[in-house]
Design a protein around this ligand. Structure first.
Ligand code: ZN
Ligand code: ZN
Length: 253
């Protein structure tokens, strides 16, 4: 079995827990170490199980808590070299490890597949985490889905999938025009509709749960994201994530 939980998800911080009876890992550490541990405790998740932290890219909402959490727990943080180079030296953990896009990294009883993605960062990666033939994707901060992400989604049984913005809210909203263009660009973020189409066109029948993730505070609402996914309600479970508290712990059997 695999337990998954979004400890934080949104443009102000991202941290995703993936564990089993023995081991656990975090994908991203974009909230403080203290908040990460508080939120794990609120869902009964034991920090002693954590074996490693994997960072998708250097943006602060994904990487800012890594150094302190690594020191507190004595666990390694994995980066690509360009991502590590883009992080201020004062924020780099002593226990840093390196991988390359395309690598499959063993951590405890998990295999973590690193997949290069389209986003405006040094060398951004998505991750697909595998244990006993079950696969969980963490696919956020994607400007445009590439073939690698489509193939990877086909293998997933559960996925944290970015639904960053509602197109109407973005274009009619208060962001300056260059920022609107960046968000909607091929190296920005996925909209609700783009995420829906990605699942409709590429997910396999064995996909059982989608967590709508990394919602923009300004340009989306949980209701709009959920409503966009209505066509998939009969096919799999659709769940929300939150920026302000840990979400439910979902059990993938
Ligand atoms: Zn982000
Ligand atoms: Zn980002």
């Amino acid at each position: 079995m695999i337990e998954i939980c979004a400890l934080a998800s949104g443009s102000n911080g991202n941290c995703y827990y993936i564990g089993n009876q023995h081991d656990a890992i975090l994908i991203d550490a974009g909230i403080s170490a203290r908040l990460t541990l508080t939120r794990m405790a609120s869902r009964g998740l034991a920090p002693e199980k954590l074996k490693a932290i994997f960072i998708t890219h250097e943006h602060f909402d994904h990487a800012r808590g890594a150094r302190v959490l690594s020191k507190k727990l004595g666990i390694a943080v994995y980066y690509t070299r360009p991502t590590w180079n883009a992080i201020p030296s004062s924020d780099r953990p002593l226990l840093s490890q390196f991988f390359e896009p395309g690598d499959a990294i063993s951590s405890g009883s998990f295999t973590v597949h690193a997949i290069l993605k389209n986003h405006d960062a040094a060398q951004p990666c998505s991750f697909r985490v595998e244990h006993n033939g079950r696969q969980v994707g963490v696919f956020t901060d994607i400007g445009e889905p590439c073939d690698k992400i489509k193939t990877s989604l086909q293998q997933c049984h559960a996925v944290f999938l970015e639904t960053n913005y509602d197109e109407k809210m973005l274009w009619e909203g208060s962001y300056p025009f260059p920022l609107k263009k960046r968000v909607a660009s091929e190296v920005g973020h996925l909209s609700n509709v783009q995420a829906l189409e990605l699942v409709q066109q590429h997910a396999a029948p064995h996909l059982e749960c989608i967590f709508l993730s990394h919602l923009s505070k300004e340009n989306n609402t949980p209701e709009k994201a959920l409503e966009t996914f209505t066509p998939l309600q009969q096919r799999c479970r659709i769940k929300l994530t939150s920026r302000s508290e840990a979400g439910e712990v979902y059990l993938l059997k």
